[in-house]
Design a protein around this ligand. Structure first.
Ligand SMILES: Nc1nc2c(ncn2[C@@H]2O[C@H](COP(=O)(O)OP(=O)(O)O)[C@@H](O)[C@H]2O)c(=O)[nH]1
Ligand SMILES: [Mg+2]
Length: 301
């Protein structure tokens, strides 16, 4: 996972450690590093911010011993990366769910994103995660568009032993969600997870439709799933979905296959919204809570 980003960061630390810490010597090193970040899916403004900040911090620092210098470089890099990752509010999902439960209301989550990013799979994973925490869950198949979508979600629901609310193909997605919410209210179910049809962030009509669905349902949390393998496009999707529909958090999928790693750094930065989970495989248990501190430690190791 993220091998290339890790190796570029290591290369940078080695190079800077043997460079005199003066702006004119640091500049070419960081300008090369900036390019290598962008090549590994780090969005340009994020790469620029990291490099500018590092240059500013290291310029004029006087340390003789190589080992001390390495420590200073590493420590600054750790801090700068964390700053980039923490430019957003943290979300405590379980606390938010608990708050609604105490009020006797279901917690409503709607999942959005383009086709194939892993919405449906992720919903099944999140359903299992929440069920394991002791909450009751109902699924809503508001993807009434894509052939096979109802059967796909239904299969997950069966395997997980939870209810799914569905209408026919072509039905109004908001009506399905509405039914699921009423079902949850009537049966005291804690959480409603709503699947939606995938759409391209560039399709105005479909994006507006999603904004409309959201207004009708009024969810507690809107989650965007982005496929980390799509690199810079993942960042564009995040920006556009956030602008048109409004999202509260993202889930980055397929990080198990992502050798680059930059999208994790960038998606949170451009949306200013946290990454809630990362998807690490195709099985239900392949879902990890995302922790920016641990992520930074991992890429610097
Ligand atoms: N390796 C890997 N594959 C995933 C992950 N999440 C989803 N997938 C796969 O991505 C494909 C598309 O997933 P799906 O949930 O149907 O996407 P949707 O169109 O957004 O609903 C499926 O083959 C999933 O098994 C993940 O975290 N890792
Ligand atoms: Mg789907």
């Amino acid at each position: 996972m993220f091998e290339r980003l890790k190796s570029r960061l290591k290369g940078l630390v080695n190079k800077v450690t043997t460079t005199e810490l003066k702006a004119e010597n640091l500049r070419p090193v960081f300008s090369e590093f900036k390019i290598s970040l962008v090549e590994n899916d780090v969005a340009f403004p994020v790469a620029e911010r990291i490099c500018d900040e590092m240059e500013k911090r290291l310029d004029g620092v006087q340390v003789k011993r190589l080992e001390d210098r390495r420590k200073i470089v590493e420590q600054n890099l750790r801090e700068v990366l964390l700053e980039v990752m923490l430019e957003n509010d943290k979300i405590d999902l379980l606390q938010a769910v608990e708050k609604k439960r105490k009020k006797g209301e279901p917690f409503i989550m709607v999942f959005v994103g383009i086709n194939g990013t892993g919405k449906t799979t992720t919903i099944a994973k999140v359903a299992r995660f929440l069920a394991k925490k002791g909450y009751s869950v109902v699924l809503a198949c508001s993807d009434t568009y894509r052939a096979g979508s109802i059967e796909q979600l239904e299969e997950h629901a069966k395997r997980l032993g939870i209810r799914m609310i569905k209408h026919k193909y072509g039905a109004d997605p908001a009506a399905v969600a509405y039914d699921a919410i009423n079902h949850a209210k009537a049966h005291g179910i804690n959480i409603v997870l709503i699947d939606t049809a995938g759409r391209m962030q560039t399709n105005r009509n479909l994006m507006n439709e999603l904004a409309k669905i959201k207004r009708i349902i009024n969810p507690d949390m809107t989650i965007l799933t982005v496929d980390s393998l799509t690199g810079n496009d993942a960042v564009m999707q995040a920006e556009e979905f956030h602008k048109t529909v409004g999202i509260d958090a993202t889930i980055l999928t397929k990080v198990d296959a992502d050798v680059k790693g930059g999208s994790a750094l960038s998606v949170a930065y451009v949306t200013k919204k946290p990454i809630l989970f990362v998807g690490t495989g195709q099985k239900y248990e392949d879902l990890e809570e995302f922790d920016p501190e641990k992520f930074v430690e991992m890429i610097l190791k």
